[in-house]
Design a protein around this ligand. Structure first.
Ligand code: Z5A
Ligand code: MG
Length: 209
């Protein structure tokens, strides 16, 4: 190790609405903590920050904003947490992150904004070591709890989002069949995460894109 401190891994969950991202994040955090790992759980949007409060009002349809404005707010919400994330990572804490820049680009591009324009302000954020993309047929999602309460929770919109997501994948992505029992999914994800944590201990943290 040459006296260098080993860093934590940046693990991100992406996927269509109600694909089980928050469920898997919570299960994975509990599982890794039970094994003694230093873990922090982060969700985007973080609705508690200054930008997050405006995002929350927008998602709950209390206010309307131009697509460009809300896109930049979602990105700023990630920048609000970026330094804290970097610090935790270099100090050896693994971060389990519920949605990230890929959600930002996929949703805004689906609304009609240019994909490269959307990627621009995400440039320089910490690059995930692994993205678990939870795959599930959008029509099957309608039967899951809570669908349809917020903006964009329609099958048609989600199908379009899925198409854009597929243009964003890189070698950090792994597709996970999310139409299975939650504990079966967790086992697959946890096994892979432990390998990623081990692998990136000595690797330098890189940046998007
Ligand atoms: N958005 C954006 O536009 N730009 C950005 O940069 C970001 C986000 C970061 C809010 O996000 C919106 O913001 C979202 C994207 C946009 N818009 N939409 N639509 P959010 O993350 O707050 O969204 P959410 O309301 O939490 O939904 P979600 O995250 O998409 O759901 P999920 O986390 O994937 O699913 P879940 O809550 O874990 O599970 C859903 C239900 O299914 C629940 O009843 C579970 O008990 C059930 N479930 C979970 N797993 C299973 C399995 N395996 N089997 C059966 N049932 C299951
Ligand atoms: Mg969620």
């Amino acid at each position: 190790m040459n006296g260098l401190k080993s860093r934590g891994a940046l693990i991100v969950f992406e996927g269509c609405d109600r694909s089980g991202k928050s469920t898997q994040c919570k299960l994975l955090v509990e599982h890794l903590r039970s094994l003694g790992h230093k873990i922090e759980h982060i969700s985007f949007p973080d609705r508690t920050t200054e930008c997050g409060k405006v995002i929350d009002a927008y998602l709950k349809k209390k206010i309307d904003l131009p697509h460009e404005t809300i896109h930049l707010l979602f990105t700023s919400n990630r920048w609000e947490l970026a330094n804290k994330m970097k610090q935790l990572l270099v100090n050896g804490t693994t971060l389990i992150v519920d949605r990230y820049s890929y959600s930002g680009v996929a949703f805004s591009t689906t609304k009609g904004l240019d994909l490269e324009w959307c990627k621009g302000p995400e440039t320089g954020l910490p690059r995930p070591d692994r993205v678990f993309f939870l795959q599930i047929n959008p029509t099957a999602l309608e039967n899951r709890g809570g669908f349809g309460n917020e903006r964009f929770e329609t099958t048609d919109f989600q199908e379009k989002v899925l198409k854009i997501y597929k243009q964003l994948h890189d070698d950090s992505w792994v597709y996970i069949d999310a139409f299975r029992d939650r504990h079966v999914i967790l086992k697959e994800i946890a096994d892979q995460t432990l390998k990623v944590i081990e692998k990136c201990k000595t690797e330098k943290l890189s940046t998007l894109w």
